[in-house]
Design a protein around this ligand. Structure first.
Ligand SMILES: Nc1ncnc2c1ncn2[C@@H]1O[C@H](COP(=O)(O)OP(=O)(O)OP(=O)(O)O)[C@@H](O)[C@H]1O
Ligand SMILES: [Mg+2]
Length: 147
């Protein structure tokens, strides 16, 4: 699995390509948390990861239904959370969050701040942020606990 890593991208497509490449390193049970402001590009990374995992369904931020489920050739299912609208950790636990985490599937989480202290130890963290350079440039940082 890749070590810590940083990259600058200049378009949404380039960010998706990063996700696609990153996906090659994933295996069942991996949890990936994605940090970044509104519109920074978390969902673009998820789209790329899903492409890399062979998902053929449309990938969008599951803002209103909290979790999307995709199928891929490689894993039983991929769970994509967007916790932006969740208010408390209890609310998230009540929707069976820990069961999803323990399912052995790949779990991708946007807005993970609410679940920070219940994320498993090996969670791979990706940060994406706007830059002052121009409106289409993003800085992406990967924090991988498995050295
Ligand atoms: N280098 C880039 N990488 C990613 N997205 C980019 C880039 N340049 C421009 N964009 C645009 O920024 C937007 C990123 O939107 P996206 O939905 O991925 O953000 P998000 O972090 O998931 O936001 P939210 O918190 O609302 O879910 C898209 O409209 C995309 O086209
Ligand atoms: Mg999103």
């Amino acid at each position: 699995m890749t070590h810590d890593f940083a990259i600058t991208t200049k378009s949404a497509d380039e960010t998706q390509r990063f996700g696609k490449e990153f996906a090659k390193k994933l295996s069942g049970g991996n949890v990936v948390s994605l940090y970044g402001d509104l519109g920074s590009g978390k969902t673009q990374i998820v789209k790329g990861i899903c492409l890399g995992l062979g998902v053929t369904q449309t990938v969008n931020s599951p803002t209103f239904i909290i979790v999307n489920e995709y199928s891929s050739g490689q894993f039983p299912e991929i769970f994509h959370f967007d916790l932006y609208r969740m208010k408390t950790q209890d609310e998230i636990l009540n929707m069976g969050f820990l069961e999803y985490i323990d399912s052995g599937s790949v779990v991708l989480i946007e807005w993970p701040e609410h679940v920070e202290d219940i994320l498993p130890e090996g969670t791979i963290k990706i940060h994406i942020s706007h830059t002052v350079e121009d409106e289409n440039t993003r800085w992406i940082k990967l924090e991988n606990p498995e050295k």
